[in-house]
Design a protein around this ligand. Structure first.
Ligand SMILES: Cc1cc2nc3c(=O)[nH]c(=O)nc-3n(C[C@H](O)[C@H](O)[C@H](O)COP(=O)(O)O)c2cc1C
Length: 304
């Protein structure tokens, strides 16, 4: 059958923009926070999970585990804990964990030496392995018409998560992923362009006007309204982190612009620069409680 002219024109536009269906899928990817009631058929879920565990992994070791969560009560608890309602609406939640426990047990049986939980290198690579596996799962889900969103907030609740899912030592939660059929197509968000992110041959620093332009193109016309509460908070954050003089410069800039800029909102109000470094010690303690000891001056004794 011959293609109509309209179809050919459409195909040409499609080819020019996307080249192929995989690129289209990747360019149009967006986090989904509205899930329909439709359950995910087990065979579909298995196909998606298989795409994840087929991802590249350092030394082909696969030092990770995924907790598949479908139980409504557990899902609801996670939603309340992370204060994100849509977690409870996703038919499946996947908890991605670094897992050296399984390899440790295998080594034990095989009488192989094992010190991975005391090694930063192993930790670092296994963290990457876990995320790459997760992202393959997102893409596979997308390709089958499902949607997903990562929940990073889970790392605030390592202790609770460890208890909820009975994680043994050597298993460390990294990120949660809500998965389900989309209620509506999520909006595709703007990103920095290739020229900003990719440096030819060596690092080229974007400065002044070029830097601001790159971000303005990503966040066109985003102007956060000035309120007394926001001003007071941003002043407090600036004072604590960079002192009085800087705080005044920040307030002057806000006055001059007539709005709070997106950078000021991100680091002054949302991810408050004064509070974020505070939790470091607690995080390290939680990571240690999960059995990892590479960041200590001394190495944790390996359990035999
Ligand atoms: C590691 C990680 C953690 C995230 N945590 C959350 C989260 O806790 N809640 C949420 O709604 N979105 C979360 N997101 C989704 C981001 O907000 C989202 O990817 C970003 O705003 C860009 O939007 P897009 O994915 O639609 O392009 C997370 C994404 C990543 C990669």
């Amino acid at each position: 059958m011959r293609k109509s002219k309209k179809l050919i024109v459409h195909q040409e536009k499609y080819d020019k923009e996307y080249q192929n269906a995989t690129l289209k899928l990747l360019y149009e990817r967006a986090s989904c926070r509205q899930f329909s009631d439709q359950r995910i058929e087990p065979e579909i879920l298995k196909k998606i999970l298989k795409a994840g565990i087929h991802a590249p992994t350092g030394g082909n070791l696969q030092p990770y585990s995924i907790i598949k969560i479908e139980d409504a009560d557990t899902t609801q608890r996670l939603a309340e804990m992370c204060e994100q309602k849509f977690i409870g609406e996703a038919p499946v939640n996947l908890l991605f964990c670094i897992d050296w426990h399984r390899l440790k047990q295998w080594s034990k049986i095989e009488k192989a030496p094992f010190s991975a939980m005391s090694s930063f290198r192993h930790f670092w690579i296994s963290f990457q392995d876990t995320i790459i596996c997760a992202q393959n799962i997102c893409t596979a889900a997308d390709s089958l018409g499902l949607g997903s969103v990562y929940i990073g907030t889970i790392i605030e609740f390592l202790k609770e998560t460890k208890a909820m899912f009975r994680l043994p030592r050597g298993v460390l939660p990294v990120v949660l992923l809500c998965l389900g059929y989309r209620k509506a197509r999520p909006v595709v968000r703007r990103k920095l362009d290739v020229e900003t992110i990719v440096h030819n041959e060596r690092y080229h620093e974007l400065k002044g006007h070029d830097l601001v332009t790159a971000y303005n193109e990503k966040y066109p016309n985003v102007k956060i309204e000035i309120t007394e509460k926001r001003l007071a908070r941003i002043k407090e954050v600036c004072n604590k982190v960079h002192g009085h003089e800087f705080a005044q410069k920040c307030l002057d800039k806000i006055e001059e612009n007539g709005y709070i800029s997106i950078a000021q909102q991100y680091f002054g109000l949302h991810y408050s620069a004064d509070l974020l470094p505070d939790g470091n010690e607690d995080f390290l303690k939680s990571i240690e409680d999960c059995g990892f000891g590479w960041f200590k001056k001394y190495q944790l004794p390996e359990e035999s």
